[in-house]
Design a protein around this ligand. Structure first.
Ligand SMILES: O=P(O)(O)OC[C@H]1O[C@H](OP(=O)(O)OP(=O)(O)O)[C@H](O)[C@@H]1O
Ligand SMILES: O=c1cc[nH]c(=O)[nH]1
Length: 170
């Protein structure tokens, strides 16, 4: 399986996002990346869009539905949302969409800050393996992996995708 080069996906993602926002008359959305990989994609996307406004970052660790099983990861950092959530149009950005559970956790966290006017979801990769009714509005590429295959985004710059096989010894 050949993995796409994120740099080649970003220009179309940026133009698809612009078209999506324009169709909904959304002028000044607030951009939020999900740590870790989603923040790197958000930074690259904002650069592509020529957007200089503040970007929020979300760490959804405390909101994960497997939190009690996985415990607290040593690298958990607070979320940083340098703008109001209430009434705003949000663009939520992540690197990979697999089960949809990370996005569910992100939405729960965001709604603790306020009631946004809308949330647009952007993902670099959709792995076509959703367990929840979560679909990206803008997607870089869709891949179907084997049962033991995973992809990892390396970053922050340059961005690259790496294939991993859970069945192979580390
Ligand atoms: O749709 P899901 O099944 O929830 O999977 C998608 C999530 O998995 C990865 O996060 P991870 O927790 O590995 O963190 P990372 O971004 O720090 O690699 C990825 O960055 C997505 O956020
Ligand atoms: O392959 C996968 C699945 C979930 N999250 C990732 O980052 N990669």
């Amino acid at each position: 399986m050949t993995l796409p080069n994120p740099a080649e996906l970003l220009p179309r993602m940026a133009s698809d996002l612009q078209a999506h926002l324009k169709a909904r008359n959304i002028d000044e959305p607030r951009y939020i990346g999900i740590r870790t990989g989603g923040v790197w994609v958000a930074q690259a996307l904002l650069e592509q869009l020529g957007e200089k406004g503040p970007m929020g970052t979300l760490d959804v660790s405390f909101y994960r539905d497997d939190f009690t099983q996985s415990g607290l990861h040593p690298q958990v950092r607070p979320s940083d949302l340098p703008f109001e959530i209430e009434g705003q149009h949000l663009v939520l950005i992540d690197d990979v969409l697999m089960s949809g559970r990370t996005v569910r956790a992100a939405l729960n966290e965001l709604f603790d800050y306020g009631r946004p006017a809308s949330v647009t979801l952007v993902c670099l990769l959709d792995l076509n393996a959703r367990e929840l009714p979560v679909r990206p509005d803008v997607v870089g590429a869709t891949l179907s992996l084997g049962a033991t295959e995973r992809v990892k985004l390396l970053g922050p710059a340059p961005l690259a995708l790496e294939r991993q096989d859970l069945a192979s010894p580390a």
